[in-house]
Design a protein around this ligand. Structure first.
Ligand SMILES: [Zn+2]
Length: 184
């Protein structure tokens, strides 16, 4: 399975003096997904709990604090694991806007993430992409995509009762997983 579903693209050009104002443009440019793990923000109650990471930490690079090209749409997990970590290995981190992440990371059919190169093993372990919760997020993401396809093919008004009951069961199951995820 490919790692990145939709390649991010920085299109926003307006400049703000406070980086926090960039959250919605980042959400759009990063296709509502965490730059580091590709988790969709709906898993964390949409963008409310998503964070703005400074790829080059603002503590070390204060001049980049409000620079849009240094900002990353990030899930709370990746942002907390990365924190202010900065050393030579991070310099090897490739900008996904310019590079194909799918050549460096992959998802197994069991939704487990694996690194494909030595350099990226550093990032893989630092961001703890091996954690079981990452697999759960990937599984939920694929489940949601399937549900959306089902909704498109069989809109509520045209579905049979049997199909609607089945959809309701899927939604309930998804909500239960979400609640468990919240407890994490
Ligand atoms: Zn993440």
């Amino acid at each position: 399975m490919t790692f990145i579903k939709n390649k991010p693209n920085r299109t926003f050009s307006k400049e703000y003096s406070d980086y926090k104002r960039y959250k919605l443009p980042l959400k759009k440019d990063f296709n509502e997904r965490c730059w580091y793990c590709d988790t969709h923000d709906w898993i964390y109650q949409w963008h409310r709990r998503y964070q703005i990471d400074h790829f080059k930490p603002k503590r070390i690079f204060p001049e980049l604090e409000n620079n849009y090209s240094n900002l990353v749409y990030s899930c709370p997990l990746c942002n907390s694991f990365k924190s202010d970590t900065w050393n030579k290995e991070w310099i090897n981190w490739l900008d996904p806007v310019e590079h194909d992440y799918n050549k460096h990371l992959k998802k197994e059919s069991c939704w487990k993430i694996l690194p494909l190169s030595k350099e990226w093993s550093f990032i893989y372990y630092n961001l703890k992409l091996y954690l079981h919760i990452r697999q759960v997020h990937n599984l939920m993401d694929d489940l949601t995509i399937l549900v959306r396809k089902l909704e498109e093919k069989f809109p509520l008004e045209t579905s049979t009762k049997e199909l609607n009951d089945l959809k309701l069961k899927i939604y309930t199951l998804r909500e239960k997983i979400l609640i468990k995820n919240e407890q994490y």
